[in-house]
Design a protein around this ligand. Structure first.
Ligand code: NI
Length: 266
């Protein structure tokens, strides 16, 4: 059984064929999903799906690349955090705050970077207030992200989504208690850092994700990523670590349940 710790069933491209994608994933052995919000609307949809399907959990939050929308006044920021707070409290199936973090790839202006940091910290506070872990979106900002997490400790820590830093930095995140999520990028020919990270961190730190509809693994690279494709990534990792596909699934499942504080009953 595979736990997809970062999926966007709430993205239009996946949502329009939800039944197909969900059922095909279940048939492929993907049995638990953390559906990740990236703004207020997508967070609402994540909750709606989580309320309907026992296999799906929800994360609510505002992604850094969406901050521009909310950049104007601090009251608007607060308003948005307020909405996320009430969404997070509205359902027991909300088990994380995310995806939140920093993205300097899309946003290079210093004032936007500062706003991203403020939003990140505010949502970290929210996670601590609600005693939830976080799902982190961090792109081209690995050091700043780390500094914030070191200074603003998240009680329940969380998952580094689509980790793309060095293996050394991954170990630092590991020391803080974060899990490292591997997705399609692991299977790409040029993903040297990601592969080295997998080989150098503890097995207890490994979780998997699709990030569907983004970043489809080889041999589907360039196509829309589908939830069932996570199997390719898990198989790839198992081969790299020289363990069986089943063992890889078991290790990652245990790690996923642990970090997301889920008691698995059946
Ligand atoms: Ni995402």
């Amino acid at each position: 059984m595979i736990f997809d710790t970062h999926i966007h069933f709430n993205d239009e491209r996946v949502y329009q064929n939800f039944d197909k994608h969900f059922n095909e994933a279940l048939e492929s052995g993907v049995k638990r999903f953390l559906c990740i919000g990236y703004d207020v609307e997508s967070s609402k949809l994540a909750i709606k799906l989580a309320e309907k399907y026992p296999e799906i959990y929800a994360a609510v939050g505002i992604i850094p690349t969406e901050h521009k929308q909310y950049e104007l006044k601090s009251e608007e920021n607060l308003g948005t955090i307020e909405e996320i707070r009430s969404l997070a409290k509205s359902s027991k199936k909300v088990i994380a705050i995310g995806e939140i973090g920093l993205d300097y790839y899309w946003e290079k202006a210093p004032e936007i970077k500062e706003k991203q940091k403020i939003m990140f910290k505010e949502q970290i506070e929210l996670a601590n207030e609600l005693n939830l872990p976080i799902s982190i979106h961090c792109r081209d900002a690995i050091q700043d992200c780390f500094n914030i997490l070191k200074e603003h400790k998240v009680k329940k820590t969380g998952i580094m989504h689509c980790y793309s830093g060095s293996k050394e930095m991954a170990k630092e995140y590991e020391k803080l208690g974060y899990k490292i999520a591997f997705g399609g990028v692991l299977t790409f020919k040029n993903s040297k850092d990601t592969k080295e990270t997998l080989l150098n961190i503890k097995k207890e730190s490994i979780v998997f994700e699709t990030d569907a509809p983004y970043l489809a693994p080889t041999p589907f690279r360039g196509k829309m990523n589908e939830p069932k494709y996570i199997c390719e990534t898990v198989k790839f990792a198992a081969e790299m670590l020289n363990i069986s596909y089943q063992e890889m699934q078991d290790i990652a499942l245990k790690n996923s349940l642990e970090i997301l504080n889920i008691n698995y009953e059946n």
